[in-house]
Design a protein around this ligand. Structure first.
Ligand SMILES: [Zn+2]
Length: 310
């Protein structure tokens, strides 16, 4: 769960403090035994300004940054809330309560193509650092009939998908791990690059996780939210029939290549509610569900959401 990741980040400074003060403790026999981590945490003084859920995220991983509301108040009043700035992007902060304290938080996903290495992270004058780790995404070979070996879209298709990705509603609708959108086994993993008909696609990576469901098998909403795009009727040439669901605070899930769409734009859905049927509409070489989760317009690895949603 998210709490364990947050705890890791919170306790890290405490552990560092412990190791630094260890020699002094050794001169006070017996005292160390009575000191638990809770006491040591208090001894480290004020909490760190920025709490980062994982300071060594992999490419494709989602990271949450939390800051105490009091650390942002300038005292002057009326000052606009600064954004989270990381990896060349700015992300809006949202208010929340954590253990009775007033906090602000923001989510971002490390892009698949982000070069591994250290990067600065900032909210106003408060700063921290992350180190992006290489996720070692694989390369997959596949073949497509020449009629489908293109990225041609229908008029308005790209715009509609971009608009859905850009959804930024203030409420966070989820509080638990996301459910799998299909009972089928997964096929192509997230993040892989592809060699199609013998040719490596440059500037391409697999932006979702594929489920090899048979045609007509059910597709479920991965988490609660509002349908922001529901397009059936074989209109979209690349994505095929599809649904996008807004889960709040920049998190939007996508369900692509559907045989049939069973929801309408504006509809509120629960986690696990059926929203459509698996198909092979659009650019697909067989029936499967292409499932993606975008975080502020950046594709994230869906697996993390199933096991440890933030
Ligand atoms: Zn796919």
């Amino acid at each position: 769960m998210s709490s364990s990741l947050q705890l890791k980040a919170i306790f890290l400074p405490a552990l560092l403090a412990l190791s630094l003060t260890a020699p002094a403790w050794s001169q006070l026999p017996g005292r160390g035994l009575s000191y638990g981590p809770a006491t040591a945490l208090e001894d480290t003084g004020p909490a760190k300004d920025l709490v980062i859920s994982d300071q060594i995220p992999k490419q494709g991983q989602v990271v949450q940054v939390t800051v105490e509301a009091s650390a942002l108040s300038s005292g002057a009043g009326g000052a606009a809330l600064p954004p989270l700035e990381v990896l060349g992007q700015k992300y809006k902060l949202f208010p929340a309560a954590e253990e009775g304290r007033s906090i602000y938080r923001a989510l971002f996903a490390v892009p698949v193509v982000q070069k591994p290495g250290p990067y600065k992270i900032a909210i106003g004058a408060l700063t921290g650092q992350i180190t992006v780790k290489d996720a070692h995404f694989q390369v997959q070979r596949l073949s497509l009939p020449s009629s489908k070996n293109n990225f041609v879209t229908a008029p308005g298709e790209e715009e509609a998908v971009e608009k859905a990705k850009s959804t930024l509603s203030p409420e966070r609708f989820w509080s638990e791990n996301f459910v799998k959108p299909s009972h089928a086994r997964t096929s192509a993993p997230f993040g892989i690059r592809r060699i199609v008909n013998g040719k490596l696609l440059s500037d391409y990576f697999h932006s979702g996780l594929d489920f090899a469901g048979f045609a007509g098998s059910p597709i479920y909403a991965t988490a609660p939210g509002t349908v922001v795009l529901a397009q059936g009727g074989g209109v979209f040439k690349l994505h095929g029939n599809m649904v996008a669901i807004d889960h709040g605070q920049g998190v939007v899930s996508f369900y692509i290549h559907m045989q049939k769409v069973l929801v309408k734009t504006g509809q509120v859905v629960k986690a696990g509610e059926q929203i459509g049927l698996v198909g092979q509409t659009g650019r697909a070489n067989g029936p499967h569900l292409h499932f993606s989760i975008y975080v502020n317009k950046v594709a994230s690895s869906p697996l993390q959401w199933f096991t440890s949603a933030l």
